[in-house]
Design a protein around this ligand. Structure first.
Ligand SMILES: Cc1cc2ncn([C@H]3O[C@H](COP(=O)(O)O)[C@@H](O)[C@H]3O)c2cc1C
Ligand SMILES: O=C(O)c1cccnc1
Length: 338
């Protein structure tokens, strides 16, 4: 199904985002004020309940149907040796996801989420971003549409994840093109690369920026030139979720890099997103700050796959359980504020 027929259609969608339902959030805030606890004592759990209410348009929001979707893609630049693992691991991990053996399988099981795995042309890597654009316009649109098509309307919370050996490199390039600072500010150790590989990554991103940075005048063009199919698909899924008012739990550095060019163009695109955690990838803290998001967790995870999002989804479930199940002062006959 085609959600974005052209680059302009994608840009138009980005510039006409639905607003939150403020009557639902006001009703949720009013309920929080009546629950049997001192005001504010559940801290950010209270904010999460109100956040979920305003996007679901429901003063008693639900987290029964949590959907994780992993997008997988391969990267032309991976042949330069920029990961601690070889590119064939992308496809092998897709098989592992389908067999149920990966971290994300265990973590979605723990939080009660469904898991879809969408492999995007794994035998056709993107072009090397240090030599030219990663994708043609048509290829970029295909990836955006694959992402958008993966978002079911029957979903309370979306957890976009990714798998793509080498993808911390295009992710760093997207961050630099979106927020400045150059390669040195954004390139990190990914799967745990040694010093020589780290230097190669920085060099590759610096070259890609020389080639593309001045042409990244729109979110679409940044995604097309510097992204990868799985990264672009996450961006498409995040935008489609917003169009359906489905809240999104952002995972680590790579998931956040997907929304970075969109946020540079329209900062409010992150309003329906929560940041699950601060990843161990060095630049993730800087990226969260640029997106103006406060992570829920800091567990030194640095995996991707949507793993941090699946852990943080349990916090959302806790927040909504308290919001829905607690008694009010009146119901419990507890003396409230005089
Ligand atoms: C076995 C394995 C499972 C993974 N699951 C996620 N990633 C993560 O590591 C990759 C990014 O790091 P880099 O840029 O250094 O290649 C992505 O595939 C990301 O999802 C994995 C990596 C490996 C090796
Ligand atoms: O934060 C992430 O998303 C991440 C970091 C390192 C490797 N893979 C993913």
């Amino acid at each position: 199904m085609t959600f974005f027929a052209t680059a302009d259609a994608f840009t138009d969608a980005l510039h006409s985002l639905p607003a939150p339902d403020l009557s639902a959030s006001a009703a949720a805030e009013a309920r929080q004020a009546q629950l049997t606890k001192p005001a504010g004592s559940l801290g950010r759990l209270e904010e999460i309940a109100v956040f979920m209410a305003q996007w679901q348009g429901n003063p008693r929001p639900r987290a029964d149907r949590i959907a994780a979707v992993i997008f997988a893609g391969n990267h032309g630049c991976a042949v330069q040796g920029i990961s601690a693992f070889p590119p064939e691991v992308t496809e092998q991990m897709v098989a592992n996801f389908r067999d149920g053996g990966a971290a994300i399988n265990a973590l979605t099981h723990a939080c009660g989420a469904s898991l879809d795995v969408i492999a995007l042309d794994l035998n056709r890597p993107t072009a090397d971003i240090s030599y030219g654009p990663a994708m043609s316009e048509g290829e970029c649109l295909d990836a955006l549409n694959s992402g958008a098509a993966a978002v079911s309307g029957e979903c309370d919370l979306l957890l976009p994840g990714e798998m793509g050996i080498g993808n911390t490199t295009p992710a760093a390039a997207l961050c630099a093109a979106s927020f400045g600072g150059g390669a040195a500010s954004w390139v990190g150790r990914g799967t745990g690369v040694d010093d020589a590989t780290f230097a190669r990554k920085r060099h590759l991103v610096a070259r890609a920026l020389v080639l593309h940075e001045q042409h990244c005048t729109s979110a679409f063009e940044a995604l097309r030139r510097l992204g990868g199919r799985e990264i672009v698909a996450m961006a498409g899924a995040m935008l489609a979720a917003r169009q359906k008012r489905i809240p999104v739990m952002l995972d680590g550095f790579i998931a956040c890099s997907a929304i970075a060019p969109l946020a540079r163009e329209v900062p409010g695109i992150v309003d329906h997103c929560l940041a699950a955690h601060q990843s161990g990838e060095g630049a993730h803290g800087r990226l969260l700050a640029a997106l103006r998001l406060q992570p829920l967790l800091a567990l030194d995870m640095r995996l991707g796959e949507g793993s941090g999002a699946a852990v943080a989804a349990q916090i959302v479930r806790s927040a909504l359980s308290a919001h829905d199940r607690m008694a009010t002062f009146a119901e419990a006959a507890v003396a409230g504020v005089p």
